[in-house]
Design a binder for this molecule. Structure first.
Ligand SMILES: C[S@@+](CC[C@H](N)C(=O)[O-])C[C@H]1O[C@@H](n2cnc3c(N)ncnc32)[C@H](O)[C@@H]1O
Length: 252
């Protein structure tokens, strides 16, 4: 478990992840902000890394109508939804973000939402090195992961029965970073289970710098009352929900 990450159970989960309107917390609290940040960078060539069913890809395409937005994901059952939509079907590829099929300097911006928490530090370093290879000099990466404080034993995700996220430690003795079982609830109360890692913001930043990125900036996205659109998601609000990280490739 220490060197590389366990396989992530996305196979066959297209029905859970396919959505035409916001259905999970990330759709409400994180993706709108990612879309704003990406639009501000005004890129011409964008990679949605770990694009899944293309929910975010479609939003990016609406914000950046002239951009070429590419979708890459490992799971065909999710990509199938992106392939049947006119807005995203043009540039869909099945592949692994640890070793992508793209040539060097192919993108102005890489967006990666709700993917990197699934990987160990060893895998993250490989992914960041690969992102650096395929983004151009002067280009950026924009990342969103569940906020590290959610893994703390006093966070709503560890203590409250009613919460959009439940995190259960896989091992008793918690070392940093450690694997957790994540129970991610949608607005209907359906749960998607996977393995996630409790990397700190410093750990993500250190790995990004180690892979050669500069200008690493971390931002906390708070969960607000307006995000808790269902009683099943609990009453607590105004706590860190997502960590957004941007970084730049400043040299070849
Ligand atoms: C929570 S979904 C997020 C989908 C999308 N980014 C969004 O914002 O809606 C995580 C996605 O990461 C993909 N994924 C996990 N490991 C991957 C890998 N090694 N290479 C490519 N995609 C991967 C999964 O198949 C899944 O579609």
């Amino acid at each position: 478990m220490t060197a590389t990450s366990r396989p992530i159970p996305y196979r066959g989960s297209g029905d859970f992840w396919h959505r035409t309107s916001p259905r999970v917390m990330g759709d409400l609290a994180s993706r709108p902000e990612l879309r704003r940040v990406a639009a501000k960078l005004a890129p011409g060539r964008v990679l949605d890394a770990g694009s899944g069913t293309g929910f975010l890809t479609r939003q990016l395409q609406s914000s950046l109508p002239d951009a070429f937005i590419h979708s890459l994901d490992r799971e065909l059952s999710l990509l199938r939804h992106a392939m049947t939509d006119d807005r995203t079907r043009r540039f869909v590829l099945c592949g692994d973000i640890r070793s992508t099929p793209y040539c060097g300097d192919a993108f102005d911006v890489i967006v990666c939402a709700g993917v990197l928490m699934h990987f160990s530090a060893t895998d993250l370093f490989q992914i960041f090195s690969e992102f650096r290879r395929i983004v151009r000099v002067g280009g950026s990466i924009v990342i969103s992961v569940p906020h590290p404080t959610l893994f703390h034993c006093r966070s709503p995700a560890r203590r409250h029965k009613d919460c959009w996220l439940r995190l259960v430690p896989v091992v008793r003795q918690l070392t940093r970073p450690a694997p957790f079982v994540e129970h991610y609830k949608d607005v209907h109360g359906e749960i998607f289970k996977s393995i996630v890692w409790s990397h700190s913001a410093e750990s993500y930043a250190r790995l990004l710098r180690g892979a050669g990125f500069r200008g690493v900036r971390c931002r906390t996205i708070l969960i607000r009352r307006a995000h808790l659109i269902t009683p099943r998601w609990g009453a607590a609000h105004s706590y860190p929900g997502y960590l957004h990280i941007t970084a730049e490739k400043t040299s070849a």
